[in-house]
Every structure is written in structure tokens, then in C-alpha cells.
Design a binder for this molecule. Structure first.
Ligand code: HEM
Length: 519
């Protein structure tokens, strides 16, 4: 018995030692061994996990590139890239690179539960994206505009109340209420109701937000993800309740829309598009999708209906709220820019370019060059996504910055690294919308090549026009009608707090609101 135990111990030690030696040999003989990076990143993903878990990796990744150059090792076989050459090769439209296993952390572990954002199957992803891209296109925005108008009106009503009561508010939280309700309206034609009371209904804002931390960290050890997912479901504070609320809301609305269309179909003897006086359809996503589902249930399946509805919320609500909050934060911190923007809006109003005194049309907002530069600059200095967009090198490998990366290597670039590239962006930490206007063509081209708040290539954000609509209809009216004042707190040392678990979220941006009355 004693002999057996000793033998097993020897065998285990020998196996471990052999594996360790083999691992060290592979690392030290790898053609990529000369790529610099933090010491422990050579041997384990644990270093990356630890640093990301601190919640500020967007800044750390910029420093790492300053220290080590355009390619930095972040884990064995994972390299962060900072160059135009890398972006062109990794994210080229039609490239064969696939999303890496890190994205598994963002999906339900069952293989049937894929989403556009997480799909590693390029073929299936391409087909689905093509099928639904018209719903998100620039030309479809006009049909969603009345939904956004309703939410903007309600948001401004709330601000008027805060102005009267002089109550301090968390601006980031109220932006979340706005974007959650807008996405509900655009998707189902109905608000969730966050703007009514400012309540986080069933903890849904908190829950969808909490997905970020878990998914970001577990994606680094994606082989453990299915187990962690199961355990997480049993834990308090996992946000399961809020997620269930969002999923149930989707199921309930899908059923309701199906039933209504069925009744309408029977009554009118066929599918009918609801057009307004201008001949424009003002229908939410679900109405359009269910019509396509009725026409061809194999092409637009029940799963597609649910997947698109869920993706809109999970990928679209926080990202847009963060971008709105960041834009307001930088405007408030840079009074020169705020004043210039107000002047542009006032001049547009004075010259009769804005039809309504209390609202702004999307096409009018796109005729305000300084406003567009403000939003572009805000998304440069504060991109909502703050970690590399990891991709797997396909068969044949790839040459980046003169280094050959074999098939299976994981490469990625974070928009923060790209947007703070000092070779291309002069004084990158400064909020200067003018850099997008007063610029020579060559410089502008170089900046645009590195600009990636919505990602790049075939996996670019499908909802980017919708988020532009949401921002363009709120910010000009908000700054025209209200003064906002940041309430400084000693803990924040006059600045704001952010936390990065893929989404770089502002916390506790407390402001006071004052209604502006025109002279
Ligand atoms: C300012 C707001 C937004 C920002 C900054 C943003 C950012 C991004 C980024 C960076 C990606 C690509 C990630 C990657 O390559 O891994 C992405 C993808 C995606 N976004 Fe957005 N997003 C925003 C708003 C929205 C909205 C409003 C929706 C939905 C209505 C949406 C839906 C999606 C979807 C479905 C994908 C996956 C696309 C694909 O893989 O083909 N996003 N977004």
C-alpha cells in the first residue's frame, strides 16, 4: 500500500515536471519569444486576468505600448497590437480572422445560443448580419425617430423636475434610463419604464451591467466558463433576476407582436405595412422582423427574433449611455468647447435651420459640423469598449510589423491604445474637437485609419447609427435648455471614476441641473 502511494506520488511529480519543462521549452524556443511584455505574461494568462480585474486596463495598455513598442505580449500566445499595419490586416473586411475564445464569456454556454456579437462562426455570422443589417441602416433611422423623441421629451421633463428641486443626480445612471427606454421603444415600440420613476426596475440596469465583469474575466479562462456560468447562476448578486426580466420582457413582447400581426393579417387578408402621412413606416424592429418571420419562418426563425431583441439591449444600452455620459463630462470639463457648441446651435436656430424649438431632427443634427466633431472626439477620448478586440490568426499565419504570427495566435487592438497613439494624435489626452475639422487631408486620413470606437471590419458595430441617432437627438437640446454643474467630491479629487470590464463605465458622476431661460 505504502509502495503504491509512493509510486503514484513519483509518477505525478514526473508528469508535472515533464509538462512544465515542455511548456518552458515551447515558450523559449517559440519564434515569438522575442516579443516584449511583462515577465509573467510569458508563462500564464493569470497576469492578464489579474491586471484586467483591477478595472483600469484601458490606461495600462496604453502605458505598456509606450514601454514595449507596437506589439506587446499580454499572455502566452496573446499579443496586443498598436499600428495601422496591424489594424488593416487583422480587421480587414472579409478577413478570415475569427473572434477568439474570449468572446465565449459573453454567451450562454449552450452551443445553440449564439449571438451576433459572440459568434466565432464567420459564415453563420455573415449570413445573419446581412439578413438584419437593413433594420439598423442609416435609411431606417427615420422610422425610429418618433420613438427617440418620446424618450428625449421624458428625459427633459425629469431634468426640469431636478432643476426645480435642486437635487443632485447621477448623470450616468439617468443616461442608462434614457438608453434602456429608447432601445425598448425602437425594438418593441414600448418603453421599459425606467424614465418614469428613475427606478432600476427589477434590478435590470444593475444586472445587465454586471454581465460585463463576469464575462470579461471568465472569457480569459474560457475553458472554465461553462462551469463558472452554472455556479454563478446560483449566487446572490449574479444579476440572474434582472437578466430574467430582460429575457421575459423580450418573450412577452415577441408573443404580443406575433398575435397582433396574426389578427391584423386575418382582418386585412394579408400583411400590411403601417405608413404615416409621408409614406414612411414608423415601425419598431419587432414588427418588421415578425413580418419577415411570417413570410419565411426558416429564414427568420424564432431564435433570430429573440437573439436580435436581446442583442439590442445587451450590446446597445450601456455602450450608448457611456458615450452620452462621456460626451457630457468632457463638455462640462471644457467650457470653451461647450460654449462653441452652444453658439453653433443658437446660430442654426437663428437662421431657421432648426424647425422645432424643443426638439432636433436627426438630419438637422447632421448639419452641425462642430457638434459632429464633438461626438467624434468624445468617442475617441472615451471609447465605450476598453479592451482588445481579440481575433485568431487564420491558416497560413500573418505578418504584422515584420513579425510572422502563425495560425492560432491571438491578436487584438484596443480602441484606447489606437486612439491615444501619439504618432498620429497630437496631444491625445486633450479633448479637442477641432482636430477633426482644422486638419490637413493626410493627417485626417491617418487619424481615421486608427479611429475604431465601434470596432472595425466585418464585426463593426451593427447598432452604430442607432447610437448616433440617440446621441444626436439628446445632446444639442440638453445643452441648449440646461446648465449642468459637476458636484465635486473630495474622494474623486475633482475628477470622475470609471471602471473597465470591457465597458469603460463612469460611476457617480454627480451633477446639479439648472434650466436655462432664454434672454
Ligand atoms: C455608442 C454606442 C456603441 C458603441 C461604442 C458600440 C461599440 C461596439 C463595438 C466596439 C463593437 C465591436 C466589438 C468587437 O469587435 O468585438 C460592437 C458590436 C456590436 N454592437 Fe455596438 N456599440 C454601440 C451601440 C450599439 C447599439 C445601439 C446596438 C444595438 C442596437 C449595438 C449592437 C451591437 C452588435 C449586435 C454588435 C455585434 C456586431 C457583429 O459582431 O457583427 N451596439 N459595438
Amino acid at each position: 500500500m505504502m509502495l503504491n502511494t509512493t509510486f503514484i506520488l513519483y509518477a505525478l511529480t514526473a508528469t508535472l515536471a515533464t509538462n512544465l519543462l515542455l511548456f518552458l521549452y515551447q515558450q523559449l524556443s517559440s519564434p515569438l519569444r522575442r516579443i516584449p511584455g511583462p515577465f509573467w505574461a510569458r508563462f500564464t494568462r493569470g497576469w492578464y486576468f489579474w491586471r484586467v480585474s483591477k478595472g483600469h486596463f484601458e490606461h495600462e495598455s496604453i502605458s505598456l505600448h509606450k514601454q514595449y513598442g507596437p506589439i506587446v505580449r499580454l499572455a502566452p500566445g496573446w499579443y496586443s497590437c498598436n499600428s495601422t499595419d496591424a489594424l488593416k490586416k487583422i480587421y480587414a473586411p472579409g478577413s478570415k480572422f475569427t473572434k477568439s475564445d474570449w468572446y465565449d464569456g459573453w454567451r450562454h454556454p449552450h452551443p445553440s445560443q449564439w449571438t451576433l456579437f459572440t459568434d466565432k462562426n464567420n459564415k453563420r455570422h455573415g449570413e445573419a448580419k446581412k439578413r438584419f443589417s437593413a433594420l439598423y441602416s442609416l435609411s431606417s433611422l427615420v422610422s425610429y425617430e418618433p420613438f427617440v423623441d418620446r424618450c428625449v421629451d421624458l428625459f427633459l421633463d425629469r431634468l426640469r423636475e431636478f432643476s426645480h428641486s435642486k437635487k443632485e443626480i447621477d448623470l450616468g445612471y439617468w443616461m442608462q434610463c434614457y438608453t434602456f427606454d429608447v432601445i425598448g421603444c425602437i425594438t418593441y415600440g414600448e418603453r421599459y419604464g425606467f424614465l418614469d420613476e428613475g427606478q432600476d426596475i427589477q434590478g435590470a440596469i444593475q444586472a445587465v451591467g454586471s454581465i460585463g465583469r463576469f464575462s470579461t474575466l471568465m472569457g480569459i479562462y474560457s475553458e472554465w466558463y461553462p462551469l463558472a456560468f452554472k455556479i454563478n447562476g446560483y449566487l446572490n448578486g449574479s444579476g440572474a433576476g434582472g437578466r430574467t426580466f430582460v429575457a421575459n420582457f423580450a418573450r412577452e413582447k415577441i408573443e404580443k407582436h406575433k398575435q397582433e400581426q396574426q389578427e391584423e393579417h386575418l382582418e386585412k387578408g394579408g400583411d400590411v405595412k403601417i405608413l404615416d402621412r409621408d409614406g414612411i413606416s414608423r415601425e419598431p424592429f419587432m414588427t418588421k422582423m415578425i413580418r419577415s418571420h411570417r413570410q419565411d419562418p426558416e429564414k427568420v426563425t424564432d431564435y433570430h427574433l429573440f437573439m436580435v431583441a436581446q442583442s439590442n439591449v445587451i450590446a446597445g444600452f450601456d455602450t450608448t449611455a457611456i458615450s452620452l455620459t462621456a460626451t457630457m463630462y468632457h463638455l462640462l470639463k471644457t467650457p470653451r468647447v461647450l460654449q462653441k457648441l452652444r453658439d453653433e446651435i443658437r446660430a442654426a436656430r437663428a437662421s431657421g435651420k432648426l424647425a422645432d424649438n424643443d426638439r432636433i431632427n436627426f438630419h438637422e443634427s447632421q448639419d452641425l459640423p462642430y457638434f459632429k466633431a464633438v461626438v467624434k472626439e468624445a468617442l475617441r477620448v472615451h471609447s465605450a469598449a476598453g479592451l482588445p478586440f481579440w481575433r485568431v490568426v487564420p491558416e497560413g499565419g500573418v505578418d504584422v510589423e515584420g513579425i510572422h504570427f502563425p495560425e492560432g495566435t491571438v491578436l487584438g487592438t484596443s480602441s484606447w491604445v489606437s486612439h491615444y497613439n501619439e504618432d498620429v494624435f497630437t496631444n491625445p489626452t486633450e479633448f479637442q474637437p477641432e482636430r477633426w475639422i482644422d486638419q490637413d487631408e493626410a493627417k485626417l486620413k491617418a487619424m481615421n485609419e486608427l479611429y475604431m470606437p465601434f470596432g472595425l471590419g466585418s464585426r463593426t458595430c451593427i447598432g452604430r447609427h442607432i447610437s448616433t441617432l440617440e446621441m444626436s437627438k439628446l445632446i444639442p437640446v440638453l445643452i441648449d435648455k440646461f446648465n449642468l454643474e459637476i458636484v465635486s467630491s473630495p474622494a474623486k479629487e475633482g475628477d470622475w471614476e470609471t471602471e473597465n470590464f470591457w465597458f469603460v463605465k463612469p460611476h457617480n458622476l454627480k451633477v446639479r441641473v439648472y434650466e436655462r431661460f432664454k434672454e
